[in-house]
Design a protein around this ligand. Structure first.
Ligand code: NAD
Ligand code: DAU
Length: 350
């Protein structure tokens, strides 16, 4: 019997991690802590919300007292920390929110664990979920490995890099059992439609312009979100203390090529003529400080822990489109309310 705190479990990746742990480990108690920001949505977890080994707690990780009280009350065996502000464009508009949640929030969790796990650090684990963006940008060649120097460029990646440094510092200074993974771009179901793939699916579906930043030549390495959740499971259970793993899809796409593939898939699924959706592609002003290319070398994870991505991108993208077309209510719900004002502000200035 293990009691695990998963933070950010109502978000995109967090909901897949929570579902996996609740379903695969019936003898674990999973406590999902989430503030339910615009990106957090309990509708992501309706299929497991009544499971006997699952509980939801609405809290804000920036509240140090609440974090300490919770750890005092619950006696967690481990934390898997995903709660974060996660959208680069929002970090350019409002960096402070990213410092508060991603840096201060992470330090609050580390402090709560440090205080309440004293004397048992070797039996407790703090797993921090991070991003490949901490490594900065690549040119045409090369890949990020676990030893690539940190070189973040956006306020988002700077805040994630800072949180990674704090997690390592708590391992090195206090001897806490901390583990970090840095993953590439995820895609799949329940992805909030501010990010490229779900935003483009939603716009194509509604015959709205599909905004492509700059010339569309930036490259991202896309990974099926359930493969990320499986990697987290494997690393959580098998990693040595203090270790770091890169997770990636070996699946690099220029944004414009990805959008063309998506348009082809959607033409077919929506019964449109070939080439119709691609007419919606609209080049807009580039993102400030836009990293050119990310590519992850996940050899260490593959060799040491036998993890490999399971899905080809074309298949995963088609499954993702199917999910969005079959879950209109979910999409309508998250695009009502504040979404429209965010969208208008973000894209009217471009
Ligand atoms: P998301 O924005 O979909 O979800 C974040 C969740 O954190 C939401 O449920 C939100 O309500 C919650 N949250 C935000 N602030 C909080 C606070 N102060 N207290 C408690 N909860 C709070 O993000 P995501 O895309 O699922 O990313 C999850 C994690 O994975 C993040 O740490 C992110 O940096 C990392 N990551 C994401 C990707 C990706 O492609 N999306 C890739 C690599 C790493
Ligand atoms: O690499 C991992 C990171 O991937 C995660 O840490 C972040 O949380 C996650 O948001 C994601 O960051 P990106 O900035 O790469 O993802 P986004 O979907 O915002 O953008 C993907 C690419 O598409 C990027 O080059 C910017 C471009 N883009 C994005 C949007 C929203 C567009 O061209 N048009 C758009 O409207």
């Amino acid at each position: 019997m293990k009691k695990i705190l998963i933070t950010g479990g109502a978000g995109f990746i967090g909901s897949h991690v929570v579902r996996r742990f609740v379903q695969n480990y019936p003898d674990y108690q999973i406590v999902n802590l989430d503030k339910l920001t615009y990106a957090g949505n309990l509708a992501n977890l309706t299929d497991i919300e009544n499971a006997p080994n699952y509980r939801f707690v609405k809290e804000d990780i920036t509240d140090a007292v609440a974090m300490s009280d919770l750890f005092g009350k619950e006696n967690f065996d481990a934390v898997i920390h995903l709660a974060a502000e996660s959208h680069v464009d929002r970090s350019i508009t409002d960096p402070t929110a990213f410092v508060m949640t991603n840096v201060i929030g992470t330090v609050n969790l580390l402090n709560a664990a440090r205080e309440h796990w004293k004397g048992e650090y070797d039996q407790k684990r703090f797993y921090h979920v991070s991003t490949d963006e901490v490594y900065g940008a690549l040119g045409e060649e090369g890949m990020f490995t676990e030893t690539t120097a940190y070189d973040p460029h956006s306020p988002y990646s700077a805040s994630k890099a800072s949180s990674d440094h704090f997690v390592r510092a708590y391992h090195d200074t206090y001897g806490m059992d901390c583990v970090i993974s840095n993953c590439s771009n995820n895609y799949g179901s329940h992805h909030f439609p501010e990010k490229l793939i779900p935003l483009a699916i939603n716009n194509i579906k509604n015959n709205k312009p599909v905004p492509v930043y700059g010339k569309g030549e930036n490259v991202r390495d896309w990974l099926w979100v359930e493969d990320h959740a499986r990697a987290i499971d494997v690393i959580f259970h098998q990693s040595k203390t203090g270790d770091t793993y890169n997770i990636g899809g070996h699946n690099e796409w220029k944004n414009i090529d990805l959008i063309h593939l998506l348009c082809e898939i959607m033409d077919e699924k929506l019964g449109r003529e070939k080439g119709e959706s691609a007419k919606l592609i609209t080049y807009v002003t580039d993102r400030a400080g836009h990293d050119l290319r990310y590519a992850i070398d996940s050899t260490k994870l593959q060799n040491q822990l036998a993890w490999v991505p399971s899905l080809q991108f074309e298949e995963g993208l088609a499954k993702t489109v199917d999910w969005y077309l079959q879950n209109e209510a979910w999409l309508n719900n998250v695009t009502s309310g504040n979404y429209q004002s965010y969208y208008d502000k973000q894209y009217s200035e471009k």
